[in-house]
Design a protein around this ligand. Structure first.
Ligand code: SF4
Ligand code: SF4
Length: 308
C-alpha cells in the first residue's frame, strides 16, 4: 500500500479551485519562499507547533517529554528544538491543544476515504479534491495513486503546485489532473532563487510544456510589494506567458499576512515581518500590465475589469 506524508486535510475549501473542495496538504517542499503561508508544510519531516495563547502552564507536557526538551517560565513553555525528536508525546498530553505535530504518514486508502465523504457537495457545486502543500509533485508516487483513485470515482482533481519537479513527474500525472493552479513569482532566475531558494528554469519549462500539452492551467501570481510587483518583472512574466502556444489565464493573489503567526509557533523567523499587503492601486497596475500582454487576468479569482 502506497503512503505519503501530509500535514492537513481541509474540508469545504472554496479558494482552492472550482466549487466546494477537499484540500489535501502534502508535507515537504523543495522551495523555501519568503512569503509561504504554510511554513509547516515546507520541511519533509514533522514539525512541532506551539500556540502560546492556548497554554495554561499546567506543566503536563514537561512530565511527558522523554528528552527533557521542554521548560517553562511565567510567559509560557519553551522547546529546545535541538533536543526534541518530534515524538509527539507532549502534543498527546496537552488537553488544551497548545501543542501540535504537523506531518503524519497516511495510506492512500485513508485519504481517499476522507475525500469520498463529501462527494455530494462536489457534485452539487462543481467541486472536487485539490492536492496542495507543501509541494504535491515532491511525492509523485503518492500523488499518482491518489489521482488515479479519484479519477476512478469521477472526482474532479486540482493540483496546486510550484511547478518545480522533473518533467517526467509532470508527464506521469498530467492526464489525471483537471486543473493545475501553478505559481509563478519572478521571471528573472537570480531574483527567483533569492526569493525561493531555487532557480526558475524548470518551472518555466514545465508550464510551457503544459501549454503545449493542452492542459488546463491557471497561473497564480502572489503579488508582493517590492519583491515582485515591479514593472520589469510583470512585463517579463506577461511576455513569457503570452508567448506560450496556449497562454494560460493568470490570477493575481495580493500578498496578505495570513499564516504569519505560524512562523513563531514553529520557532522560526519570518523574512517579511514588516511587509504589508499591496494597495488596490498597485494591484490594479499589475493587472493592467498583464492585460496589456494579452492575458486573461483575474484578481483573487474574480474577473478584473480595466477602468476606461
Ligand atoms: S500541557 Fe499544554 S497547556 Fe499544559 S503546559 Fe504543556 S502546552 Fe501548556
Ligand atoms: S515532541 Fe517529544 S521530544 Fe519533542 S518536546 Fe514533545 S515530548 Fe519532547
Amino acid at each position: 500500500m502506497i503512503s505519503g506524508t501530509i500535514f492537513d486535510i481541509k474540508r469545504f475549501a472554496i479558494h482552492d479551485g472550482p466549487g466546494v473542495r477537499t484540500t489535501v496538504f502534502f508535507k515537504g517542499c523543495p522551495l523555501n519562499c519568503w512569503a509561504c503561508h504554510n511554513p509547516e508544510g515546507q520541511q519533509v519531516g514533522s514539525d512541532l507547533l506551539i500556540r502560546d495563547e492556548r497554554c495554561s502552564l499546567c506543566g503536563d507536557c514537561l512530565d511527558m517529554c522523554p528528552r527533557d526538551a521542554i521548560s517553562q517560565n511565567g510567559n509560557g513553555i519553551q522547546i529546545d528544538r535541538l533536543r526534541c525528536d518530534l515524538c509527539g508525546a507532549c502534543a498527546d498530553a496537552c488537553l488544551r491543544g497548545a501543542l501540535e505535530i504537523a506531518g503524519k504518514s497516511v495510506a492512500v486508502d485513508d485519504v481517499v476515504r476522507q475525500i469520498e465523504r463529501d462527494i455530494v457537495y462536489y457534485d452539487e457545486s462543481g467541486g472536487g479534491v485539490t492536492f496542495s502543500g507543501g509541494e504535491p509533485l515532491a511525492q509523485p508516487d503518492f500523488l499518482l495513486a491518489l489521482l488515479t483513485e479519484c479519477k476512478q470515482r469521477d472526482i474532479s482533481t486540482v493540483v496546486d503546485t510550484s511547478g518545480y519537479a522533473p518533467l517526467t513527474v509532470v508527464r506521469s500525472i498530467v492526464d489525471l489532473v483537471d486543473l493545475f493552479l501553478y505559481d509563478l513569482k519572478l521571471a528573472d532566475s537570480n531574483r527567483h532563487e533569492e526569493f525561493t531558494g531555487v532557480p526558475n528554469g524548470t518551472i518555466l519549462e514545465n508550464v510551457s510544456w503544459l501549454s503545449e500539452h493542452g492542459s488546463r492551467v491557471t497561473v497564480r501570481l502572489p503579488l508582493i510589494p517590492d519583491v515582485n510587483d515591479d514593472e520589469e518583472n510583470l512585463r517579463a512574466l506577461g511576455g513569457f506567458l503570452s508567448s506560450l502556444s496556449r497562454p494560460h489565464p493568470i490570477d493575481i493573489l495580493p500578498y496578505h499576512r495570513t499564516g504569519v503567526d505560524k512562523y513563531a509557533r514553529l520557532g522560526r523567523g519570518y523574512h517579511l515581518s514588516t511587509k504589508q499587503p499591496p494597495s488596490e492601486a498597485r494591484v490594479a497596475t499589475a493587472a493592467q500590465l498583464l492585460e496589456q500582454a494579452g492575458l486573461n487576468v483575474t484578481v483573487r479569482g474574480e474577473p478584473y475589469v480595466l477602468e476606461q
